[in-house]
Design a protein around this ligand. Structure first.
Ligand code: ADP
Ligand code: MG
Length: 257
């Protein structure tokens, strides 16, 4: 795959209409009561099938907060979040959990690997949580997990437990795990932060392959310029406000009170 300008073309095998997967409208996030920490201000964001959207911003700008909302890990203080055309505030807790498990793969900033499971078992976990697998499906799942690990350069570490892995290796297990169920949307919080250039390229190539072959959408936060060649849209987050880099330059930000 040459990958130089794939964002310039329609994607092969892509459904004719891009489908909206996530829409945030007028979203605010305030942590704590009273004055609290106003982490996100009036966020408008839409992510559709086949997009790789990068949210760039310095530490503390609100990247994790934003990804936790779009990834259904946390709920907004104000504003609306629509996932696959469903307004989250109208769903029950159970319906939200089902939707999250079905639609979204997560790469958390802290990886959240399960210490008593091998790398391979960690990668298989999202599928095991979703349904009981019969023996042939279990074999197929193992093969898929092994293949995903191989694609991030972890073929020989598949049987190791997380305590035997360094942070680069743990991060790559977390990346492989996020793709295990073939989710329509992957929400990845600084997914290359612990990777050297070679491993970062493997991860971004893997994302790009899923985008091209399956129309998978990615919402990625990053402080890493290396991965931007694969990205179809870049947004800048500054002090909890989101825009294109040009917009944020034109409109000087109000100082937060
Ligand atoms: P980033 O991922 O870009 O570093 P975060 O979303 O983690 O940004 O944080 C944005 C702001 O919200 C920061 O000021 C941070 O201290 C604050 N914050 C994040 N999570 C919490 C929390 N659980 N409770 C209180 N403040 C938080
Ligand atoms: Mg963060």
């Amino acid at each position: 795959m040459d990958g130089h300008d794939n964002h310039m073309h329609t994607l092969p095998g892509e459904p004719a209409a891009m489908m909206e997967l996530v829409r945030l409208k007028g979203v605010h996030k305030v942590y704590g009561r009273g004055v609290g920490v106003h982490a996100l201000h009036d966020i408008h964001l839409q992510v559709s099938t086949g997009e790789i959207v990068a949210v760039c911003g310095p530490s503390g700008s609100g990247k994790t907060s934003l990804l936790n909302l779009a990834g259904m890990i946390d709920s907004a203080t104000e504003g609306s979040i629509v996932i696959a055309k469903l307004l989250l505030s109208q769903l029950t807790e159970q319906a939200r959990a089902d939707l999250r498990g079905e639609m979204i793969g997560h790469v958390f900033q802290s990886f959240t690997l399960v210490p008593v499971m091998t790398a391979l078992e960690n990668v298989m976990l999202p599928l095991l949580l979703r349904r009981r697998l019969d023996e042939p499906s279990l074999q197929a799942a193992q093969a898929r997990a092994a293949d995903l690990l191989a694609q991030v350069g972890m073929a020989t570490q598949a049987r190791l437990y997380p305590e035997r892995l360094d942070s680069s290796q743990c991060q790559r297990v977390a990346v492989a795990r996020a793709l295990m169920t073939q989710p329509r949307l992957v929400v990845a919080d600084e997914p290359t932060s612990r990777l050297d250039s070679g491993a970062a390229r493997l991860v971004m190539d893997l994302f790009a392959r899923h985008q091209l072959e399956h129309g998978t959408a990615f919402l990625i936060s990053t402080r890493d310029q290396r991965q931007l060649s694969r990205v179809t849209r870049t947004l800048q987050l500054m002090e909890g406000r989101l825009g294109t880099p040009a917009e944020l330059l034109r409109k000087p930000l109000r100082v937060l009170s």
